[in-house]
Design a protein around this ligand. Sequence first.
Ligand SMILES: [Zn+2]
Length: 460
Amino acid sequence: MKKVFNNSLLAQFLTVIGLLFLLLFCFYTNKTYSTPIKNNLENLPSKRPSNLLNLDESIDTIFNLVQKVGAKPVVNTQKTRLKKNETLSSALKRINFTNYHINKIINTISKLSSGPKILSSLPVGMIIEYSNPSDLTGGALKLNYTKTKDIFVWQDIENNYKSQVFLRPTRTEKTLIKGIIKNNLYISAIKSGIPENTLLEMISLLGFSIDFQREVRSGDSFEVLFTKEIDILSELVIQTKPIQYVSINLSGNKLNFFKYEDKFGYPQYYDENGKSAKRTIMKTPINGARLSSRYGNRKHPILGYTKMHRGLDFAAPSGTPIFAAGDGIIEKAGWNGSYGKYIRIRHTGTYKTAYAHLSGFHKNISIGKRVLQGKIIGYVGTTGRSTGPHLHYEVIKNNIQVNPMTIKLPAGKNIPKTDINNYKSQVQKILSQKIAIEKSIQGKKLAINEHDMSKTLILN
Ligand SMILES: [Zn+2]
């Protein structure tokens, strides 16, 4: 969410800079040429001043780049990766560039806007495509230094080094993934190619309604619709857009949530009737991704819990982040007898939640501090009376522990009445997109017949 906000700020900032630049340009031309306004319009640059949005599109190899810009030819291009503790200079030295060439290369990159910053922050593991200089061939480099940008360096026919930043070309792709849960949802979903971001979004969204450790059974299924942005050159997914639709079917009990942007442009999720997917308190206040699935518990949900057990236990590796289940004030954070390291949050006059056996507290946690739902407050451990790493989670209503599984938790804000028609047409639009994708998958299935083109994934 913060990212969206920053991006819109950035966009506003760039627009303002762009307008200022245009104004300056107008003044400049007015003063110099005194041309009438009508002609001024023709003199205005067709592109905005250089920024991220109008970089040239990157191409796949330095061989092609050199052809395109008419530089000194390259042969036998090779690839290496930037190693730990290496600078570009030391990497170039390792791949047999002489100091003379290294200095020229560093010099041309330094002259790029934010060049020095780029040079000091090249990522370890970055692929360096290169051609060594000789009498007949040019020295050249391609550095894929961010997910979205490449720097090319080449020698022109007078042997001068030139460099330029290019934007990698991307395309977007609407994706529908259907999955059947067989075992650990997280590991198998990742193995099956669901982008990690999308899975985490899905888990945190469903975490309001579902206790992943007890309510999800083998054979349950889900669907998720989202948009991927794909790097055309590498075919790698470089980012995903917020989920548009997610559905989970738990033993025939189906939950569907649809995206609808609030007036600030943040994605919010509601069921088909406009009821918020969020609850004031989460059922799974832990990174659901790392929960172990113990199927023994599922057949007999209460087996193994004594009568006096007044909370839910989530088995997860030590160090797994624990979230604030809802907005509230930290009422206790410290050692609490057999509970070990313990946090209690007061949410409303009615509800509190407690978290026990932690290995440690998040550094920003102290008594009296305000926390927001979903923020990390501590980490799974096994302090106090505990036989292994787990989170003991309690929901406390009017100072009495209640069963988080069965309690009807108050919902977040529903779609306002004035928006409900807009929302319902959005739901229809999303569903028809889903159907269109299903049909195209079906079409491919019929066409190919031999191969299963279905995106249905069996998750193990
Ligand atoms: Zn417990």
